[in-house]
Design a protein. Structure first.
Length: 417
DNA sequence: TCTGGGGTCCTAGGACCC
DNA sequence: TCTGGGGTCCTAGGACCC
């Protein structure tokens, strides 16, 4: 049996943890650069604010309903997420962290899964302050579906166990949900399947797996099996190693100055390299993207990659390569809105065999990186950075509604008088 | 004026091997 | 000279997830 534990409106709930005055008010959280709505409390959904809407289009609506608006405070969400995962791990035998707000737990051998689900939910609410729902079922897809039921239907009190439902109830619930709401069915399939008279989750459950495979590929065939309780997706307690690391951000304002582009690219290279070292990996290849706005007539999507002489995790090597690429793809006179750095061809640092003529990172380089990482861990992610990053401010990310990092910065602790 | 960021998997087709 | 059968690797593009 699998359980899927999922924080409700997670980012919005995180913003409420230290703000009891917001417990009944509508809350929304915006994407980077205050671009789009990416999380909404139940009250904000009721007010009619759509998911993914550009903020400038719903700002009037938000004001009218007294919605509390927040810029994305990823540092806060990541810390509360880690606490939530630790809390689940204190009760569940094995955990697969699926995303920042969700985890699968392996409940094989648990006698009363519903009772455990209730306990997990209560503990997360009490220890972390975030409401969560639990779905329990013999496959991941059904666990997702049950979690969805628990979220939408108060009759489940936050925990829905497939095993507790009669066959009639199961079919009834499957008939009442559109196929497009199912995990693994996205926009395209959600449009294509109804053309073949597959409109509800029940219709897909009744479909012939072999025919589904022929028409839509192995992914849809697996979903059909999973709906019958035949697991096709494995429980992955140990996350597979990442294949690429990407850092990119939109700019607050358009940028035409190559030095500001280089400042942004340097920042992203620093951040990506830190993530690389965090997972004990080396990169053999680095790529850079610079984009003008998608919404303007005159456009340029610049992109190039270069191979490094030896696999490395040295920020200075990676950022120098990234800056060279940026210089190569930059077109004078274009107004850029976004830049990114991607690290590719990742390998495990501990399994790496050096090349006699190209030994890669020196002991001196590794010691320097360790020192930078430990200073940044203690004093904040950008305590040590390249002087190149000090150029300009247009490339910075807009974050006009940022909340304090209540749990990770001494000077932003909540004060109570 | 203002429109996010970070990932993975699958498939088809081409190039190449014996 | 031409052909059949079996295989791998790489890439681009599409689709999906949160």
């Amino acid at each position: 049996m699998f359980a899927l534990i999922d924080g409700n409106s997670f980012f919005a709930s995180c913003e409420r943890v230290f703000r009891p005055d917001l417990w009944r008010r509508p809350v929304i959280v915006l994407s980077n650069n205050d671009g789009c709505v990416i999380a909404r409390s139940a009250e904000a959904k009721e007010a009619g604010i759509p998911m993914g809407a550009p903020f400038f289009k719903v700002a009037g609506l938000a004001k009218r309903y007294g919605v509390a608006v927040f810029s994305c405070n990823y540092e806060l969400y990541a810390d509360l997420s880690a606490r939530m995962m630790a809390c689940i791990a204190s009760l569940a035998p094995a955990l697969e962290v699926y995303s920042i707000d969700e985890a699968f737990a392996d409940l094989s051998g648990i006698a009363d899964a519903s009772a455990l689900g209730m306990k997990i939910r209560r503990r997360i609410l009490q220890w972390i302050g975030v409401p969560a729902c639990v779905g329990v079922a013999p496959s991941k897809t059904l666990a997702k579906f049950c979690n969805h039921l628990a979220k939408k239907n108060p009759c489940f009190s936050g925990v829905c166990n497939w095993g507790d439902l009669s066959q009639d109830e199961r079919l009834q619930w499957m008939r009442s949900f559109r196929v497009s709401e199912l995990w693994g069915i996205g926009r395209k399939l959600g449009e294509k399947l109804p053309e073949q008279r597959i409109r509800t989750v029940f219709d897909l459950h009744e479909a012939d797996p072999a025919a589904m495979r022929r028409r839509y590929g192995v992914t849809v065939e697996r979903i059909v099996h999973e709906l019958h309780g035949i697991p096709c997706l494995e429980f992955e307690e140990i996350a597979p190693t990442q294949r690429q690391i990407l850092r990119s951000r939109s700019f607050a304002e358009e940028v035409s100055d190559i030095d500001e582009i280089k400042a942004a690219v340097t920042r992203h290279a620093h951040s990506a390299a830190a993530a690389l070292r965090q997972q004990d990996a080396l990169a053999s290849c680095v790529g850079v993207t610079i984009h003008t706005s998608r919404f303007k007539a005159e456009r340029h999507f610049g992109w190039d990659v270069s191979s490094l002489p030896a696999p490395t995790s040295d920020t200075l090597v990676l950022s120098a390569a990234a800056v060279r690429l940026a210089e190569r793809i930059f077109r004078p006179g274009m107004k850029y809105k976004k830049a990114g750095v991607v690290l590719l061809e990742l390998t495990n640092a501990n399994a790496h065999t050096g090349d006699f003529f190209n030994p890669g990172d020196s002991a001196r380089s590794r010691a320097l990186m360790r020192t930078i990482d430990s200073i940044n861990a203690r004093y904040g992610g950008e305590a040590v950075k390249s002087a190149a990053e000090l150029v300009g401010t247009k490339w910075h990310t807009r974050r006009d509604h940022l909340s304090p990092c209540y749990t990770t910065r001494w000077d932003e602790l909540r004060q109570i008088r």
